[in-house]
Design a binder for this molecule. Structure first.
Ligand SMILES: [Zn+2]
Length: 459
């Protein structure tokens, strides 16, 4: 049966079912799905993640931050867990801890767990992340550790709850778009309103909004998972907030009471929501994204057969050498800043005999839903060139989540790395890795890693 016949059939069938409130036929109900969510808003005035220039902890909240979970199981019992968090990024140590505990508690391996971070810049600092960026004292550091440990427990418990409440479900997919993401490397922020008006914004972007819908036996929406490739940096104030993604999730959940809306960041490391810096703009972008998702949900969706294939791999990314000891000494003698703290810490470590590895184990995950929908999850802050290249090489239908599992640094393409600037180079110090730059072969290594993991789906 052709795809178009099949969604016409399910679309019409779905309509009749929703109108009559009858259960779906058994053949359509061969997925199982469960959902859960945990409030993860810090209860203490913790330091906020994302902008190095902050001088004080959070002093309030716009809305709650959440970890939202969908557990999916196909007809053969293959189980996959999607976690969407209103966080800047989950660092390697916490990713490892969560995976170990999910293995112990539920027998899940890394391929089955996809941890997404929205990259909101109004969320908490987590332990083991961005070591040198923030000027936090000992007590604040203890509070960060205490919160991070609690967060791990909350996520693991929410996964358990989602697994426990799995029920028969249908899964379908669609694709929308919205255009508020702007390439921030090629458009000056103050010029954006005029450039937009004149249709002169330029630089690569990915305005697609991939959508995965999970419906229960009565046809009611149970969860919607959606992507967008754009930094959650509309706001920079001192209040907890999920930024535009937070507002989008809230808007969709208000429209579909009882359903969960899960945001996954795409390859938006060089994309900003522009103009920005007011709560009104933030809410407006959230509504725009929710409207784009809603437009997909109201169209006939493509049904996803009950088949879930999942693979995971680490590929080794190489780092360029550290600056010389002389250069580090000079940087360490400068005024306090993240680069001064970075250089001082590395010097201390080197003088204590520590040898810094030049390799990083970068996580790549590939899911294939229904035998044909590829969903790649990459760690780090991945620039838009990656999704555009993967679409060109693997087909337009591919979905790419970035900021997934372990957010260790920016992941520039070769072009961005050679151009330099924040995403290409200087952000490495912000993240604290022992290098000023990835090796220029980073793009080839990541793309080859994706190709290999995708191929492994057939084994
Ligand atoms: Zn970022």
């Amino acid at each position: 049966m052709s795809t178009s016949c099949s969604f016409l059939r399910v679309g019409l069938f779905g309509f009749v079912i929703m109108a009559q409130g009858l259960p779906l036929a058994a053949a359509e109900m061969n997925w199982k799905a469960g959902t859960a969510r945990a409030v993860i808003t810090p209860q203490k005035p913790l330091w906020m993640a994302g902008y190095g220039g902050r001088t004080a902890p959070a002093d309030g909240k716009v809305h709650e931050l959440y970890a939202r979970v969908v557990a999916l199981e196909d007809a053969a019992g293959h189980r996959g867990i999607i976690v969407a968090t209103d966080l800047l990024g989950i660092p390697q140590g916490m990713y490892d801890d969560i995976c170990v505990r999910l293995k112990q508690r539920h027998g899940l391996d890394r391929s089955q767990v996809m941890l997404n971070a929205s990259h909101t810049h109004c969320g908490p600092v987590l332990k083991g992340a961005l070591h040198d960026t923030y000027s936090v004292n000992e007590q604040q550091l203890r509070d960060i550790h205490e919160y991070s440990d609690l967060l791990i427990t909350e996520i693991v418990d929410a996964v358990g709850e989602a697994i426990e409440n799995m029920q028969p479900a249908t899964v379908s997919r669609g694709m929308g778009s919205t255009d508020f993401a702007v390439n921030r490397r090629t458009n000056r922020e103050p010029d954006v309103p005029t450039l937009r008006e004149q249709n002169r914004l330029y630089g690569p972007v990915d305005h697609t909004v991939p959508v995965l819908a999970v419906n229960d036996a009565s046809g009611k929406l149970k969860a919607v998972i959606f992507h967008y490739a754009c930094h959650n940096t509309t706001l920079s104030f001192q209040k907890w907030c999920g930024d535009y993604a937070g507002f989008a999730q809230y808007a969709l959940e208000a429209k579909h009471p009882g359903a969960l809306a899960l945001f996954c960041m795409g390859c938006g490391a060089d994309q900003n929501p522009l103009p920005r810096r007011t709560i009104e703009l933030c809410e407006q972008y959230g509504k725009k994204l929710a409207t784009a998702v809603e437009a997909v949900l109201t169209q006939p969706l493509t049904p996803v057969n009950s088949k879930l294939e999942m693979r995971h791999s680490f590929v080794t990314l190489a780092m360029d050498p550290l600056p010389s000891i002389d250069q580090l000494d000079k940087m360490a003698a400068e005024q306090p800043s993240y680069s001064q703290r970075w250089a001082s810490r590395l010097l201390k470590e080197i003088r204590a005999g520590k040898v810094h590895s030049r390799d990083y184990a970068f996580p790549i995950q590939a899911w294939r839903l229904g035998g044909d929908q590829l969903w790649i999850a990459l760690g780090g802050e991945v620039v838009v060139d990656y999704v555009l290249r993967l679409k060109a090489e693997q087909g337009d239908q591919i979905w790419v989540s970035a900021y997934a599992n372990d957010v260790m640094a920016y992941i520039p393409s070769k072009r961005v790395l050679l151009e330099g600037g924040y995403e290409g180079q200087s952000s490495m110090m912000v993240y604290g890795l022992p290098t000023e730059r990835w090796s220029p072969d980073i793009e080839d290594r990541v793309i080859q890693g994706v190709i290999d993991v995708v191929k492994s789906l057939d084994r």
